[in-house]
Design a protein. Sequence first.
Length: 148
Amino acid sequence: MKHLKVDPIKEGTVIDHIPANKALKVISIIKPVNDDIVTIGINFSSKKFGRKDIVKIEGRELTSAEVNTISLVAPNANVIIIRDYQVVNKRLVEIPDIIKGSAQCGNPKCITNNESMTTCFTTVSRDPVRLRCSYCERIFDIDELKVD
């Protein structure tokens, strides 16, 4: 007999196939407010990835900016939109070519870390994720950046 580990939601967004132990980082990106109902599943088994996390947020569909930022933390995640308990849209996240304001440069001498300005990165590689700062021109692995 198969049973669900996490209850279905009526309306909202499911982020599936988050790398194991990255769900809390995804939560920090979507910044739930006090009345948001959020379900977090950590370290579930996955046929495709071995282990995965899942995040469900009821009553809310994520913005493009939120999905773009999630792609930096979970480049193989699926974003699933649910309405009336039915999947109405399912798509893989995609790392955009240009990323503005979603991460802080890993170079402490970069002007973006010393002046009040929006960061901007160009995607150099998607697997592994590597980004070039548009200001100091250094290339960073995603783990070297602070994702907001």
